[in-house]
Design a protein. Sequence first.
Length: 613
Amino acid sequence: MKRKEENKKKRRSSSSLPYNALNQKSHNTKIFHLHILYYSGVILKLKHMAFLSAMFIGLAIGIGLIVAFARYEKIRSSRRAHMAKTVASFARMTVQDTRTILPPEFYPPWVVFSQRQKLMWLNLQLKKIWPYLNEAASGSIRASIEPTLEQYTPAIISSIKFAKFTLGTVAPQFTGVSIVESESGAGGITMELELKWDGNPKIVLNINTRLGVSLPVEMKNIGLTGVFRLIFKPLVDEFPCFGAVAYSLREKKDFDFKLKVVGSEVSTIPGISDAIEETIRDAMEDSIMWPVRKIIPILPGDYSDLELKPVGTLEVKLVQAKDLANKDMIGKSDPFAVVFVRPLRDKIKTSKTINNQLNPIWNEHYEFIVEDASTQHLTVRIFDDEGVQAPELIGCAQVALKDLEPDKVKDIWLKLVKDLVVQKDTKNRGQVQLELLYCPFGTESSIKNPFDPDFSLTSLEKALKTATAEKEGDRIMSQRKRDVIVRGVLTVTVIAAEDLPAVDFLGKADPFVVLTLKKSQRIAMTRVANETLNPVWDQTFDFVVEDALHEMIIFEVWDYDTLKKEKIGRCIMTLTRVLLEGEIQDSFQLDGAKSGKLLLHLKWVPQLVFRGA
């Protein structure tokens, strides 16, 4: 019985265990669900609060942007109104007002104060009166150009005459006009008109050659573009208020024409076409191109002051050129220079040719007559000599005479370009060095010879001036000018060099200096400074110079080596500066070297000498 009761208790206890576990699990599940519900509510509340916060922030930002945009539009509108007033004020300003506000030194390079006006009305009236002007102008131009043609007649031609000369039926077109202010205040008015003419003139030349052949040559397809200058001077109180009119072609931008033998081609006769064309261009340059001017008297009077007269001399020393472009396939170029103020055959100077050299040294002196320093230029053209073929242009350069200070020597390096009109050449064509001195007539030179103050000394030539001028008052020169030379002793001290480029394997050099007087070919040499890029020599040399005005000294720095000597660089100078200052000490950059300067001291003791004295 006891065993049965124990079995029953065991069965009861075993059956009660699952019941308690299920109850506990159900309780835990309820608690978990409650937690989920609780946290879900919290999350919903947080989302609701975040939504409300974002909505308020978005509204605030939107309102702020609207307010800022409205304020910006108001400011922008006021700025536009202010700018419109400023633009309107500038629109009412004259050129003189603008120049008063902004001084010339602050002008941007693209700002141009143009006073040129269109001339449609003048072209319409000119077209109407052209037949009458053609008759009047043809005779005047023919009479002025024909004597000049005879003057420039080439050797192959015996005479050139006009058989017929009319300007045709097509009138020139004036595309702009301006008033030259520099002339307006000098008792006259100067007007410049831009001219373009593609005419159909009837021009026939009777040309007689040395061979006895007579050729009627016609000029066809003439095209001319330039600037025509009119000078109304002097102003008087009698109608038409000016005494005379002077006219000239101020600038010739383009001038083209063709030659044709009546009934044949001029090119069939060798040499004739080029000779005639060159004669015509020279005649035009010498008869109508500025500073030449033709004078038409309007009222009776003496107008000789309007005629072309020399106003001074320009002395030019062609020193050297460097880094010239090579035009030869084999070897180097053979450069020579052409120098002129007016491109006339008898006024163009040509240098000697330096063979196989891209850094030529000429050391040549020229003198030119100046008729108008305010408008004329000095032009230099460097050519490669091709032997029997036409020379090839290496480059050209130009300097305005108005940029030269009277009686002051100017040492200048000019960059060579391909074209003087369109200067957009990026190619390196080299540079040319000039020494320039403009001496106006009728003024005493400020440069004096330290040996004798009665003599006037230029860097390029010795000018012996008299105390009284000639009758015309435009020249104060002694007839013995070319009889004077400057002789003396030149003392040169080669002090030191600095920052020389390394040429040895160890980063050093063994430099020495060779001194050469180019004209007299006197040579001297310093000692060798071993293993240094900053040598100190401090050696002095004395040279007796026979003609210092045309002498030049060359300093060449070499590296000494047992096997061979290597040139480091060179420095070239005329004696201009030491002649004028008497004594100089300065450092000079070495050409042809990556770096390096040469420190020199030069002293001049002159002695004035007369040839034939």
